[in-house]
Design a protein around this ligand. Structure first.
Ligand code: IPE
Ligand code: IPE
Ligand code: MG
Length: 255
């Protein structure tokens, strides 16, 4: 019967939009450490690049799922300041993915009112990578739906050092008094300025570490880890993370 209904009404087979989650308690900002592309590929006897390529499809899948859920900010850790240590061929491949992803998906992102942003150190990125990302940022700047924030060449320690340097500069120029430095000063100088702290952090692939990701911003985030490799991370896994998030009691040090 269900099959027949699905056949009759194409839409019935569309992905679920309200998967038994409390719509009043959807995390406003979800950050994801997308990990396990290489191991996923290795397990299949494929080159690591095939894993990264497949992971790109997951980016699309989870972006759309986050959008449907009503998440406001989705930050995806795509390349860390430490990932330059990888073999040149892999780095070059990874630096081509933003272009490829955006050339395929930007149209649909725009149709869905998604705003693309980037959080990372732009200076070291190849021109072609930066150009593709900046074009997407410009084309989606006026969209006010989901903010899709790519952490690209992002490193939390570098981010904090640069913030401290900028603050120090303002102090030395007499524009800021050291006594006036508070959390909001720091936040305004981080690459995430203007974006609220993540409510939920997800890391795939079974690794239980932060790998230099948003060390300041994750101070009070809920964390959810799964052994699933990023290429096989589905909407259901994503909903499960949100479901678990909704079961947690956030106390921020209070009672
Ligand atoms: C995550 O997958 C993608 C990036 C870090 C760019 P990995 O490439 O780290 O995959 P594993 O951890 O080697 O399996
Ligand atoms: C973290 O994954 C970086 C990204 C997902 C982009 P890594 O695979 O680089 O982290 P480590 O090396 O296992 O800590
Ligand atoms: Mg990894």
């Amino acid at each position: 019967m269900l099959q027949r209904l699905k056949a009759l009404f194409g839409k019935a087979s569309a992905k679920p939009t309200s998967p038994a989650l409390d719509p009043e308690a959807i995390p406003k900002h979800i950050a994801i450490i997308m990990d396990g592309n290489g191991r996923w590929a290795k397990n299949r006897g494929l080159p690591r690049m095939a894993g990264h390529h497949s992971g790109m499809k997951t980016v699309k899948r989870i972006t759309m799922a986050a959008d449907r859920l009503g998440v406001k900010y989705l930050t995806l850790y795509a390349f860390s300041t430490e990932n330059w240590k990888r073999p040149k061929a892999e780095v070059e491949f990874l630096m081509k993915l933003p272009q490829e992803f955006l050339s395929i998906e930007l149209k649909e992102l725009i149709e869905n009112n998604v705003q693309v942003r980037m959080m990372g150190h732009k200076g070291d990125l190849p021109d072609h990578t930066l150009k593709a990302v900046e074009e997407a940022i410009a084309q989606t700047a006026n969209n006010d739906g989901l903010v899709l924030n790519f952490a690209l060449n992002y490193g939390s320690r570098k981010e904090m050092i640069e913030a401290v340097r900028d603050i120090g500069q303002a102090v030395s120029e007499g524009k800021l008094s050291p006594a006036d430095i508070d959390e909001s000063t720091m936040e305004a100088h981080l690459l995430s300025a203007g974006i609220p702290d993540p409510d939920l952090l997800i890391r795939t692939s079974g690794e239980l570490r932060l790998s230099n990701f948003m060390l300041w911003q994750l101070a009070y985030s809920e964390m959810w880890f799964t052994d699933v490799y990023w290429p096989e991370f589905t909407e259901e896994h994503f909903y499960e993370a949100v479901r678990e998030y909704q079961r947690r009691g956030r106390r921020y040090g209070g009672l």
